[in-house]
Design a protein around this ligand. Sequence first.
Ligand code: SAJ
Length: 410
Amino acid sequence: KTVATIGLGYIGLPTAAILANNGLKVVGVDVNQNTVDAVNRGEVPFVEPDLAEFVEKAVKDGNLSASTETPKADAYIVAVPTPFNDDKTADLGYIEAAIRGIAPQLEGNELIILESTSPPKTTQHMADYLAEQRPDLDMDSMLIAHCPERVLPGRIMIELATNDRIVGGLTPAGAEAAKKLYSAFCTGEILLTDDVTAEMAKLVENSYRDVNIAFANELSVISDKLGINVWELIELANHHPRVNILQPGPGVGGHCIAVDPWFIVSALPEESQLIKQARMVNDAKPAWVIEQVEKALEESKSAKVAVLGLAFKANIDDLRESPSIAIAQKLATDLPETEFLIVEPHVEELPKQLSAFKNVEFADMNDAVKNADIVLLLVDHEKFAEIDKAALADKTVIDTRGFWDEKKNA
Ligand code: SAJ
């Protein structure tokens, strides 16, 4: 059996590599010539633990190659981006382009799996689009399914093999065929359903988390107005056997949780009031943090602010869609007289969004804390536990994660 994976990004390449390591002949397709060349040399164009070994071995064994052209294959896996437009609707352009590449190669009876996170009914749209491209093709013979990925970057090679998978077939035969392909490497349970339920399963997993984080973020704003400690409030409420409130923070980052709920909202705006409101609550949190800093600076604009953490969550180096970066950028723009000492132990230098500011400097953790008048903690990196608490005693501390809160850590 031969497989073509369309898209050699964070999901497509690991999937291609794991299939090839399990005896299938795989061609990875990408529009980026550099990516294609790198894979053909047995190299990986981005960092992900264990992936390099998988790719190197598969290429050496002759089971994996890459191309900018879509080849003939028995099965196609579409793993391309689905970004959203400014009006929060999904951009299906990359999926359609993938189908335009696949269409001329088809003879009937092939399997096509959509892996990209997509709004409800995208799998059906993909099939309809294919039928338009190939009016001569017997669509009833085609096996089409949606199989969303749920792997965590940093653990992709492990989670690809061990996570349970949801497979939604446009037809039961499509679901069965996709299950068979995934069982080449997936030791988790493979759960069959229809296409729209599978699309929604991925979206609601991330929306569930977003709504629950929004609840915690809203509580932090309410608690501030009431003059009570939100960390203590949540800690106490969570003693109830059926209550488990998440933790407030400076906002929600990353490329999934802050994006996926919009795919539901844009498909069903009237019906998705809660999901939409949660998104807005989380998106409003950075502005609230900025207000706290501005209040603290009212006395002296020439104060120094240590900003601890830029990553979108704890103990990673991923700065994409990070609320911390947005906060630092806005502060540096609005407060040109204030000096910002940026600390991010997981990266080597200031990211480009901050490097042009004259009032922003990349700093060592302990120096920044020592020299600052205000300490703003944005990410709960373990590394920050090494900061001597005595050094904070005479500073204004704005702790958006409750990192140093005694009630939270009681
Ligand atoms: N956050 C809070 N408070 C919390 C928990 C998280 O403010 O109590 C913030 C984090 O700081 C971060 C954001 O939310 O900015 C998202 O972090 P996360 O750890 O909740 O999730 P991600 O984006 O790293 O990964 C999620 C995971 N989905 C779920 O947990 C339902 C992961 O399993 C998915 O594979 C991934 O999205 C994805 O690719 O969809």
